[in-house]
Ligand binder design. Structure first.
Ligand SMILES: [Fe+2]
Ligand SMILES: [Fe+2]
Length: 158
């Protein structure tokens, strides 16, 4: 993938929702993805790759996956405690994305296909993330705040 075709999100300019802990999680995720993106770009430009280069990317992918599991669990719980009407749709998007991540990690471990990975990290994922935050996350946060969601209690329990 050439540099000109890569979409790299900026944690300071991603869409904002009405709940601060969600925005913080999103900003952390963008940072994790950008770190991984730098490893991918270095890998693409290098002529040879050591085991260490490969495992750095594997670790970056796994850290991103773990972060995303927690991110989605928290939002799912938020939807449950506030009785968000579109719970099923939002949950469904989370599940599809986690399955995609699992597939991505498995494929990377099997084939080390850097172009396949780059395509997801620099194109498919940024589009998905912007759309998801702008629709599902935004509606979830708005609904929670409008219905008097008790953020202090929620954070104590989670
Ligand atoms: Fe989110
Ligand atoms: Fe979400």
């Amino acid at each position: 993938m050439t540099e000109a075709t890569k979409t790299i999100l900026n944690s300071e300019t991603i869409p904002q929702v009405d709940i601060e802990f969600m925005n913080n999680t999103h900003a952390d995720e963008v940072q994790l993805v950008n770190n991984l993106g730098e490893l991918i770009t270095r890998f693409e430009l290098a002529d040879t790759h050591s085991e260490e280069d490969i495992s750095k990317i594997t670790l970056g992918l796994k850290a991103w996956f773990d972060h995303t599991v927690n991110h989605f669990e928290r939002e799912n719980k938020l939807m449950q405690v506030t009785n968000f009407p579109a719970y099923g749709i939002h949950l469904g998007e989370h599940e599809i994305t986690l399955n995609k991540f699992k597939e991505l990690i498995n494929t990377w471990e099997e084939k080390q296909d850097i172009q396949y990975l780059a395509e997801y990290v620099f194109s498919e994922w940024p589009n998905w993330f912007n759309n998801h935050v702008n629709s599902m996350d935004m509606a979830t946060a708005y609904f929670a705040v409008m219905n008097g969601f008790d953020i202090e209690n929620f954070l104590k329990d989670s």
